[in-house]
Design a protein around this ligand. Structure first.
Ligand code: SIN
Length: 530
């Protein structure tokens, strides 16, 4: 049973506030949307943690953008389409690569400092780019610089309010129209209906449904789940991208070791110090992400090891210090001196290509509801995202969502119906939320990971369905519980889509169907109406 709301409520009896546009989430997509919506109306950002905390903050590599003199949007377009393995929406990709240039220039004018030499932007390389195209900031602190710039602009904007530590339990929806959100104050437990003609979902990804992930604790698939309950379509849910190189050291966080390390000359070796990538792809370490990730897993199996190593010894030590200060510091905290020591790495869940289906204007199929960034699916990434296209996407589609939401923010003639929801809910005494969350993460990692096949996908689907039976409509009243309910809903759809797609394409690799199949060159969509 799929409840349409996680709680029972009566809007008429709730504390409520009105605003022009609500932005849920405070990563680069949400902050960009807020800044542009504020050109039209009062904006309220609702974010479950602090405004600074998001996937953006942790992004290292950079932003792919056709700004170098040898580059063009057409070349960037071709690389993106090629990486997407037949499932990119060409119109969205064109918007991405062309408008991306303007958005990056806009960010620079807001004060973002990207690394330069003699005043000229520096470009690095990442997998599957035919060009040095990635701009970066403070070496490997690109996300932090973007977050700093956007947060400052938002804090200085008097038309934007921020509700921090407010978890959005659900969208207020009625007859295919969104009227705002039910926000839950994590500190006081108080619920507030935030009402607006426009709502933008910018809640980020779903990496936390996996045991091994580069994503921060907040990436719990909330936006996809609340949109699905409200009746939107979710698309491409089988396409989770696994990043090849995450630090693998007992007790250390699963810290991303940026692809730009390989772009600058880092090489992958197995436990016998053998440079194995030459056996898997002519582009070696800079082969597409899915190829490198699978090659690592294969080599780990061949050599009976839990990890491979990234060797930076060909990169001059001064360059390592300048380009990768963040990675160097973290490695040093855990006793590794790079470039002298090799970094133990293996793949982990990194980026969700699927999500809430949107059109070029960031509209969902629900009136008044827009979406942008990782939670959404505009088709720019297809089956496999080109490295460093995601920050660009968040700015381009964040801009579009903000403008659309702002233009639809007129409160005159905006009437809210008396929304009410009541179903029978059991109180689950002593539900161990952390235990189910960990079990879900393990099942997803084991059965819906980098390599999938019918039997284990079905196993994941069945066990999640069983957990859902007693958890999904339970009466929970704390954010961890809502998060778990959302993770279960989304994880089940990921397993279901992966089961249905009987082929391998992009990031979705089935050992029982290892080749792409022409008839599967299409999208899988789910919605509660189906
Ligand atoms: C990285 O720095 O390797 C991550 C960049 C990305 O995922 O686009």
């Amino acid at each position: 049973m799929n409840p349409r709301y996680l709680i029972n409520f009566d809007l008429a009896k709730m504390n409520s506030v009105k605003t022009g546009a609500i932005i849920i989430g405070s990563g680069s997509a949400g902050l960009t949307a807020a800044l542009h919506a504020s050109e039209f109306c009062k904006v309220t950002i609702v974010t479950k943690s602090k405004v600074e905390e998001s996937n953006t903050l942790h992004a290292q590599g950079g932003v792919a953008v056709a700004l170098s003199k040898d580059d063009s949007w057409e070349k960037h377009f071709e690389d993106t389409i090629f990486a997407g393995a037949g499932l990119c929406n060409r119109k969205s990709v064109k918007v991405l690569v062309k408008e991306g240039v303007h958005r990056v220039n806009e960010l620079i004018s807001l004060g973002a400092n990207f690394d330069r030499h003699n005043g000229k932007l520096l470009f690095t390389r990442e997998a599957a780019h035919g060009q040095r195209r990635i701009i970066h900031a403070n070496g490997d602190n690109t996300g932090a610089e973007i977050a700093r710039t956007l947060v400052r602009a938002v804090r200085n904007n008097r038309k934007i309010d921020v509700m921090e530590d407010h978890y959005v339990i659900d969208l207020l929806h009625y007859k295919n129209r969104c009227y705002g959100v039910i926000a839950f104050n994590r500190k006081t437990g108080r619920k507030t209906a935030v009402i607006a003609p426009s709502t933008v979902l910018a809640t980020g990804g779903a990496g936390q449904v996996y045991r091994e992930t580069t994503n921060p604790e907040v990436a719990t698939a909330d936006g996809m789940a609340i949109a699905y309950r409200a009746g939107t379509a979710l698309m491409d849910m089988e396409f989770m991208q696994f990043h090849p190189t995450t630090l693998y050291l007992a007790g250390a966080p699963r810290f991303l070791i940026s692809e730009t390390v390989r772009g600058e000359g880092g090489i992958l070796v197995d436990k016998n110090n053998y440079r194995f990538m030459k056996d898997y792809h002519p582009l070696r370490e800079l082969a597409p992400r899915d190829v490198v990730s699978r090659a690592i897993v294969e080599q780990m199996k061949k050599t009976d090891s839990n990890f491979v190593s990234l060797d930076l010894s060909d990169i001059p030590p001064g360059k390592v210090a300048k380009r990768f200060p963040n990675i160097k510091k973290l490695c040093s905290d855990y006793g590794l001196k790079i470039p002298r020591d090799k970094i133990p790495v293996r793949p982990s869940a990194h980026y969700m290509m699927g999500g809430v289906k949107i059109d070029l204007g960031c509209k969902t199929n629900i009136k008044g509801l827009y979406s942008c960034g990782e939670v959404s699916c505009s088709g720019v990434h297809g089956a496999n995202r080109l490295a460093s296209n995601s920050l660009l996407e968040s700015m381009v589609f964040g801009y579009r969502a903000g403008i659309a939401a702002g233009q639809n923010s007129n409160l005159k003639n905006f009437k809210v119906p008396p929304i009410k929801y009541e179903i029978d809910r059991k109180v689950l005494h002593a539900l161990d939320v952390a235990d189910v969350r960990r079990s879900l993460q393990s099942v997803m990692w084991r059965c819906v990971g980098l390599e999938r096949e019918e039997h284990s996908l079905a196993e994941a689907y069945n066990i999640i369905t069983f957990w859902e039976r007693y958890i999904l409509s339970a009466m929970l009243s704390y954010a961890d519980g809502f998060e778990l309910q959302n993770m279960l809903m989304v994880a089940k759809l990921m397993a279901k889509a992966a089961l249905r797609r009987k082929e391998s394409r992009g990031a979705h690799y089935r050992t029982d169907f290892p080749k792409p199949v022409e008839k599967w060159k299409r999208h899988i969509k789910f919605s509660l109406k189906d």
